[in-house]
Design a protein around this ligand. Structure first.
Ligand SMILES: Cc1cc2nc3c(=O)[nH]c(=O)nc-3n(C[C@H](O)[C@H](O)[C@H](O)COP(=O)(O)OP(=O)(O)OC[C@H]3O[C@@H](n4cnc5c(N)ncnc54)[C@H](O)[C@@H]3O)c2cc1C
Length: 386
């Protein structure tokens, strides 16, 4: 059975949202942090300071309850901030995994003590978070997780290996999916455990990237001590919490990314005008298509957020956002290099950088094939392939 028609809501901004937009825009106009330093340590400090500043101005966690340091508003306000940040040339939140993924999951599944302890330091980036799901033999097939958590009284001793863990090298906490029920299989017996990355049993090893940047890591865990009190959603409920966290990875993120891509398209148009090729029929056709793609992506992002806010988001529907984002992002940079010609394509510049980086969008947060599987099974009711 198919899940039925998708909701057709869209996000409608109210006058108070536009007033907020104006305030954020004015604040950003007056607080440009300038380009981040090149040195890794200095850059990290600058990005932490930048998020702390944004938080102090009242813009981080706008939809979170005030008692956790949030703005007490709703998802519309959150969307306004994401749009304004992406539209500016300012850096994104250093702790975006905490603010947009781990925090909301703790609010949905965690208890009050966890929320009070972990949410406020996410907002001002005093504690950055990472997401410890993937393992060498458990990527697309996430239910094959083997990292185990041995429950011993009120402690859990975590041993195993995670891989591709973005920002583990700067994170203080990790939302780590582990098997806490011995002998359990697949989705059962998993728990989402908060791991302290400063525990002596945690070893973070950088994975080299072809772009030369440091983004993700292997994380080795050897009898790392966590607390049963720090299991998000309680022992054995990890799969549900993890799926919710993944759906957050595909929500606001797509809206924000779409705006960054829009800026890239504007840069492309400027470069084509400068090169004198902007008027050519084929160039106009390709640019027009990218523009239309971005409009559709925005409409899809608004639809998802409206359904999320109304609590009517059908399971699996954020896979559409993720799938479409991958296609648009990869098409945009491939088109840019095609239209700008071989001199640009062969140089190492921001276009080639973005083209290479864009390859990862159809892998992280669930590959394109997995999104297609989810859409066909959960939304179209087309049988039981994983
Ligand atoms: C930039 C980046 C950042 C990441 N950050 C994180 C992070 O912070 N935390 C984290 O936990 N993980 C992270 N990941 C890992 C990511 O979630 C996995 O790479 C992804 O889920 C795919 O798993 P895999 O790499 O093991 O590939 P595999 O699962 O081995 O897949 C290999 C290929 O087989 C295809 N395939 C597999 N199964 C099926 C199937 N059933 N049907 C059709 N095709 C299939 C896949 O689509 C893929 O093309 C990150 C990855 C990237 C690229």
């Amino acid at each position: 059975m198919s899940a039925g028609p998708l909701p057709v809501e869209t996000l409608r901004f109210r006058p108070e949202d536009e007033e907020l937009r104006g305030r954020i825009r004015a604040w950003m106009g007056a607080h440009d942090p300038g380009p981040p330093p090149q040195d890794f340590g200095e850059r990290l400090d600058a990005l932490v300071r930048w998020q702390a500043q944004l938080h102090e101005a009242g813009f981080v966690g706008l939809s979170w309850p005030e008692r956790y340091g949030g703005g007490g508003l709703d998802l519309r306000a959150e969307a306004v901030f994401s749009e304004e940040l992406a539209a500016s040339s300012m850096p994104e939140l250093i702790n975006r995994i905490g603010v947009y993924m781990c925090g909301p999951t703790i609010m949905d599944f965690g208890d009050e003590a966890q929320a009070e302890r972990y949410l406020p330091p996410m907002l001002d980036a005093t504690e950055s978070w990472c997401q410890g799901f993937s393992e060498p033999e458990a990527g697309s097939d996430l239910a094959a997780i083997r990292t185990r958590g041995r429950v011993d009284g009120d402690r859990i001793l975590v041993t195993g290996q995670k891989v591709w863990t973005s920002r583990a090298h700067i994170a203080r906490r990790c939302a780590c999916l582990v098997r806490t029920e011995p002998g359990s299989e697949r989705h059962r017996g998993l728990s989402l455990v908060i791991v302290d990355m400063e525990d002596p049993g945690v070893n973070v090893v950088a994975l080299p990237q072809m772009l030369g940047e440091r983004h993700f890591n292997e994380v080795f865990l050897d009898d790392v001590e966590a607390r049963v009190d720090d299991v998000i959603g309680g022992l054995g409920n990890g799969w549900k919490a993890a799926m919710q966290m993944l759906s957050y990875e595909r929500g606001l993120f797509v809206l924000e990314r779409q705006i960054r891509l829009r800026r890239a398209l504007e840069d492309l148009v400027d470069a084509l005008l400068a090169a004198g090729t902007a008027g050519e029929r084929e160039v106009r056709r390709q640019v027009g298509r990218l523009h239309a793609d971005l409009e559709l992506l925005k409409a899809q992002g608004y639809r998802t957020l409206a359904a999320q806010a109304a609590g009517t988001l059908p399971p699996g529907s954020t896979s559409i956002d993720k799938l479409f984002l991958s296609r648009v992002e990869q098409r945009l940079f491939a088109t840019a290099l095609e239209l700008l010609g071989p001199d640009v394509a062969l140089a190492m510049n921001h276009w080639t950088h973005d083209l290479l980086e864009g390859r990862s969008v159809s892998i992280y947060g669930g590959s394109t094939e997995i999104q297609l599987n989810i859409i066909s099974r959960q939304l179209l009711g087309l049988g039981a392939s994983r």
